[in-house]
Ligand binder design. Sequence first.
Ligand code: NAD
Length: 434
Amino acid sequence: MSDTNSNVDNSKIHRIFNAQLINQYVVSESLAKQRINKLQKLSTTLMKYNGEIKEALYLDYKRPAAEVDLTEIFPVTSGIKYAIKHLSEWIAPQKVATPLSLFGSSSWIQYEPKGVCLIISPWNYPVQLALGPLTSAIAAGNTVIIKPSEITPHSSSVLRKIIEEVFDENEVAVVEGAVEVATELLKLPFNHIFFTGSPEVGKIVMTAAAKNLASVTLELGGKSPVIVDETADISIAVTRISMAKFSNNGQMCIVPDYVFIHASKIEEFEKAVKSRILDFYGEDAAQSASYMRIVNVRNFNRIKSYIDNAIENGAKIVHGGESDINDNFIEPTVLTNVPLNSLVMQNEIFGPVLPIIAYTNLNEVISFIRSGEKPLALYIYSKNKQNIRQILRSTSAGGTCINNNALHYYNHNLPFGGSNNSGVGKSHGKFGFL
Ligand code: NAD
């Protein structure tokens, strides 16, 4: 049936869902070898479309081609390689002990496919955040409908081409569209929903899933703090923080959101961060081929309002601050003296703005972090084991890196995910398969 009140092709959504309902047991009975073949074909096809992906990402938001291999292609191909290596062991029955009271029986765990799954993905890494969860779903023997973000339409369209080349729609299909399409999909009784996006929409997804008692994995966002103490190597800290903060224009779920720095090191940090930004992007970042743009005007205005609000409330600009709404350009911007109650410290920034806040007492930093939602990631730069232990013990985050940022995302042996407001459930490697 098609919905005449919107441009959503409901008949297509229902046709694909019903086809997957029927086909799910064929897919779930597939052997390890068959699943491995599918994963291999997905990997090869992705590589074949490498050039088109780069073009699409540039058209969507001037994503530099050099970043695409590292942040869109490699995470998927390496995740596929890892799944192929471990799949037989993951799907094999695992013997467990049987209590004496059940003498005469034996016990084992055998993981079963969930069935028909829905993946809703965001725009900031449109390829890997759709194909990463898909890798896990294929390894686990599921059928999948992917709803990519409408905000990066060129990338979504290449994604659909790749999937159509590898799979029949009764196994994996891409349905493009915006909120209305997601809303229609969410009415259907999927067995599992994997959502990556904002905590606000995560709540809508979990509410819809509850109506069908579908299980969910929610990969959400929030503010990921960095603590740089008085023992940290400032040069290393600044290089790593700046690389992560300004790549993809700060539009990354595990980007260092803000930095608490020991007051004795703030001048050194400010000087180093200025010089690192100049090294990376030159005097005029707008002219740099390595510097991308904010994805759209709505996000541009949101981030600009955070900068303006911080300055109105006494923040000082260490670097940057320039912007151009016609190009969704915001200069790499570093702020100090930022009031903790300003918008930039109360909301996920998701843009190229780095507030740095001096501290003298680590307990105050810990209290501030504890007063907010649990972060998706937390980063500590320190050589002091006691400080590191204290921060780890006293805070809760989806993942933590010591003397680095974002690296945990790339280790398939680690679970990736958040905690409550930053996420529910884990992905990557065996955790994604489970
Ligand atoms: P978003 O929540 O606005 O959108 C994500 C997806 O949900 C899109 O496909 C969109 O079409 C769909 N959607 C939007 N409104 C909806 C609604 N009312 N009902 C159903 N579906 C709806 O997020 P975004 O702006 O695309 O991405 C930014 C957010 O995602 C940030 O908060 C970021 O931290 C988070 N994120 C998290 C991860 C992670 O792995 N944890 C990765 C990337 C991004």
